[in-house]
Structure formats: structure tokens, C-alpha cells
Design a binder for this molecule. Structure first.
Ligand SMILES: NC(=O)c1ccc[n+]([C@@H]2O[C@H](COP(=O)([O-])OP(=O)(O)OC[C@H]3O[C@@H](n4cnc5c(N)ncnc54)[C@H](OP(=O)(O)O)[C@@H]3O)[C@@H](O)[C@H]2O)c1
Length: 262
């Protein structure tokens, strides 16, 4: 596919920090107008004013808690009111929780599922029909390497990302013969606010968020459409090999990394 970025509009959720802000910067640098969504309006405003100045693009800010029911409908209505068409949707907003299930806050788990899964499905279902009708568009759903196996210590988070991967690959199967490219992106440990929010001090190496964006941009314009991409050579090998290792071993290994000590 040869997706032409200048003059198009990309909606990026979770653009106030981390991977989402890098997506916003990368699209802006290609002349793509933006709709940026998150809760921290001050961060979105700072990003928008920088990108308008540097890149001369239009940036629409929508301050929205995406874990609320009706969040996707509110965004859809706000864009209808402004007569903005979404050409690229990046469902990036999400967070993780790192604890044994018995120690988790149940309300926080529901928020995690509502954000990582519920609103991601709602937004995809809201904007995909228009893209299919126009026979053009891109939907990128952010999964994770944790989607490829159960993760003791992040049971709910990994399950939400397994949902994102399965859901997105299925929708890829439904749209592969159209001009719309739908795929999931699975980053491994990436240097963002994610670990602070999850309350987990990962000792491992983290890649820059720009790596996630580079892999995504390559997949958008690759000759062949793929249902999903994994960020990083080592993560690609691990996520493939996991299918051939006994399930109990995989779960024990994941637990040895993610289960909180003590
Ligand atoms: N970093 C990693 O190692 C890693 C690895 C694999 C996958 N991922 C995935 O990558 C995506 C981006 O995360 P990140 O690493 O960039 O972390 P981050 O820096 O914490 O960014 C998360 C973004 O999501 C937004 N967000 C969180 N809760 C929200 C809510 N209720 N409503 C609206 N927006 C909300 C945050 O904005 P506000 O706080 O302003 O609302 C922020 O912009 C997530 O889906 C995450 O699961 C991350």
C-alpha cells in the first residue's frame, strides 16, 4: 500500500505521553493533521502548540477519559460536529497493573479492561466503516509482547492485550481485500511512563518509543499487509517460539519475571 500522509487526519489516543506522543510527532512530521486524545489536557496543549508551530498542521485536542462508557461515542460526535474525517486511527491509550490478582484493586481492573479493550473496540467499530466505504485508511491497535502468553503478576493486563491481538487479527481478516490496513503492534519493554503507572520497576532494557513508531510506519507502507507486527528482533523470536514450549514452562518463565517479590 502506498498511504499518502500529507493532508490526512490521524486520531491518536494516549498522545499525552510515551508511545502516543511519538506517533503524534511522526505523523505531524509527515504533514498529517491530528486529533489527540487523553486526560491530561495541559500535556496535549503543549504538544499541539509545538506541532502546529513546527509542522503547520491542524491539531484538535479532545480531553477524554477513555475508560468511561460512551467515550468513543463522545469522540465520534465531537469529530462529526467539527466535520473531521479520521483516516488513521491509533488505539494506543492503555495501562497495566502489576500484582497478584488477590492483591489487585477490583475497580482498577475494571478500568483497565474498559480502556485497553472496551474503548479500543468501540473506536475501531466507530471509524472502520467510513474507511471501508472510502476504501482507504489505517487502524493500528497497540497490543504487547505480553499478548503472546499468560503473565502471572500481570494476569489482567496480558489478557487485555491477548484480546487486542486476537480482535485486531480477526478484523484484519475481514478487511484484507479492502484499501484499509488494520494491524496490531506489539512492543516489548519501551521507555515510557508505563512502568511508573503499573507500579513495576523493570530491571530490563527498554527500547525508545520511536522504535515502536518506526515499525508501525514500515508496516503501513509495506508491500504485503500483515495482521500484526512485533517490535524488536529478540521479541519477534520469543513470541514465535512460545508456541512450541510447553504451556506450564511458559507460564512459569513469565511469572519468574513479572510476579512481585515477597
Ligand atoms: N511501555 C511499554 O513497555 C509497553 C509495552 C507494550 C505495550 N505498551 C502499550 O503501549 C501503549 C502506550 O503506553 P506507553 O508505554 O506509552 O505508556 P504511557 O507513557 O503511560 O502512556 C499511556 C497513555 O495512555 C493515556 N491514558 C491512560 N489512561 C487513560 C484514560 N483513562 N483515558 C485516556 N487516556 C488514557 C495516558 O494519558 P493521560 O494519563 O493523560 O490520560 C497516556 O497518554 C499502552 O497501550 C501500553 O499498554 C507499552
Amino acid at each position: 500500500m502506498n498511504f499518502v500522509f500529507p493532508g490526512k487526519t490521524a486520531l491518536v489516543t494516549g498522545a499525552s505521553s510515551g508511545i502516543g506522543s511519538h506517533y503524534a510527532r511522526a505523523f505531524a512530521a509527515r504533514g498529517t493533521n491530528l486529533v489527540v486524545v487523553a486526560r491530561r489536557t495541559d500535556k496535549l496543549e503543549a504538544l499541539a502548540s509545538d506541532l502546529r508551530k513546527k509542522n503547520g498542521i491542524d491539531v484538535t485536542i479532545l480531553s477524554q477519559d477513555l475508560s468511561e462508557s460512551g467515550a468513543a461515542a463522545a469522540i465520534e460526535q465531537a469529530l462529526l460536529d467539527r466535520e473531521i474525517t479520521v483516516d488513521v486511527l491509533v488505539n494506543n491509550a492503555g495501562f497495566g497493573t502489576n500484582a497478584r490478582l488477590v492483591d489487585e484493586d477490583r475497580a482498577r481492573l475494571r478500568t483497565e479492561i474498559a480502556l485497553n479493550v472496551g474503548t479500543l473496540v468501540d473506536l475501531t467499530a466507530a471509524f472502520l466503516p467510513g474507511m471501508v466505504a472510502r476504501d482507504s485508511g489505517v487502524v493500528v491497535n497497540i497490543a504487547s509482547t505480553s499478548a503472546y502468553q499468560p503473565v502471572p503478576g500481570m494476569a489482567v493486563y496480558a489478557a487485555t492485550k491477548a484480546f487486542v491481538l486476537s480482535f485486531t487479527e480477526a478484523v484484519w481478516g475481514e478487511t484484507r481485500d479492502t484499501g484499509v490496513r488494520v494491524f496490531a503492534v506489539s512492543p516489548g519493554a519501551t521507555d515510557t511512563e508505563f512502568f511508573d503507572v503499573a507500579g513495576w520497576q523493570s530491571p530490563g532494557r527498554r527500547v525508545p518509543a520511536s522504535d515502536v513508531v518506526d515499525v508501525t510506519l514500515a508496516a503501513i507502507n509495506a508491500r504485503k499487509s500483515v495482521p500484526s507486527v512485533v517490535v524488536g528482533a529478540r521479541n519477534r523470536v520469543t513470541s514465535s517460539l512460545v508456541k512450541f514450549v510447553p504451556r506450564k514452562t511458559v507460564i512459569a518463565l513469565a511469572g519468574s519475571i513479572f510476579l512481585p517479590r515477597g
